[in-house]
Design a protein around this ligand. Structure first.
Ligand code: AMP
Length: 256
């Protein structure tokens, strides 16, 4: 039994309430949990945002409320050459703005490729989760990442539409390998797994609401803009790390 499934039976997914305090019946002896080995995981503290003021984050609506003790967690790949794409993103943004009726089209912050949906973890669940991730990702090879087209995505809640660079066929296969491992871990604890048919991409622009139909009408035009930059500003990049963010903690896992 892995440390993760052990802790699943311990509290998460049980009827324990959502607060930080747990009530333990008198005389109940809690099983001793194995100490997770995080020696190979880099942990970088980052700032956590607690207030849900849409004005402070470009009008974005939080898709689930912040609850103390719940740690929003997701696994992703960080794109290393964000600055190199500055002009390409500007050109795409100009093309998108032309068809929107005065609505803002914003640049995404922190370009990344999601490898999981956002799962909500209890604090005591973070260590076993990242230990399992470390074990699962050990031995996986670094990825030669490239993009080949533009695709429009909408989030599950239909509150935001994204214009994204879709990864090419071979990158998709490599990313699928990582996601399958992450999904196995999530599945062990009945946490939401990634899409059945994952479409790996890097969102670069977003607009409020579901504007998929309008934006798909100009995808050909956006693809022409991208095609001109492939091999120039849009180069292959080597990915040698997978990241996991959980609340205010950032974990990095090395690929070989
Ligand atoms: P991201 O930039 O990774 O947050 O992705 C933008 C949105 O794409 C997310 O809100 C996802 O819900 C959405 N999405 C829709 N369909 C898919 C799919 N098949 N694979 C990955 N993401 C998807």
């Amino acid at each position: 039994m892995s440390a993760l499934s052990y802790i699943c039976g311990y509290g998460y997914g049980s009827n324990s309430d959502d607060s930080d305090c747990e009530i333990v019946p008198r005389g109940y002896k809690r099983p001793k949990l194995p100490t997770p080995d995080l020696s190979k995981v880099t942990v970088i503290p980052v700032c956590e945002e607690h207030l849900d003021d849409p004005k402070q984050h470009d009008g974005r609506t939080r898709t689930f409320p912040h609850v103390r003790g719940n740690w929003a967690t997701f696994v992703y790949i960080k794109y290393s050459d964000e600055e190199g794409l500055f002009e390409l993103v500007n050109n795409l943004q100009s093309a998108v703005v032309k068809i929107l009726d005065k609505e803002p089209c914003q640049r995404c912050e922190d370009f990344h490729i999601s490898l999981s949906k956002t799962a909500v973890l209890k604090y005591h669940f973070i260590s076993p989760f990242t230990t399992s991730l470390q074990e699962a990702l050990t031995g996986l090879k670094r990825i030669n990442l490239s993009f080949d087209s533009v695709k429009v995505y909408c989030n599950d809640e239909n509150t935001r539409t994204f214009i994204a660079l879709k990864v090419d066929y071979s990158s998709n296969k490599s990313l699928q390998e990582i996601t399958s491992k992450v999904d196995e871990i999530l599945d062990e604890c009945s946490l939401p797994t990634f899409y059945e048919d994952p479409s790996f991409h890097m969102s670069i622009l977003w607009v409020n609401g579901n504007k998929k139909r309008e934006l798909e009408d100009i995808v050909e035009n956006l693809n022409d803009i991208v095609a001109q930059e492939i091999g120039k500003s849009l180069q292959n990049v080597i990915v040698n790390r997978v990241h996991c963010r959980s609340g205010n903690k950032l974990f990095q896992f090395s690929l070989q």
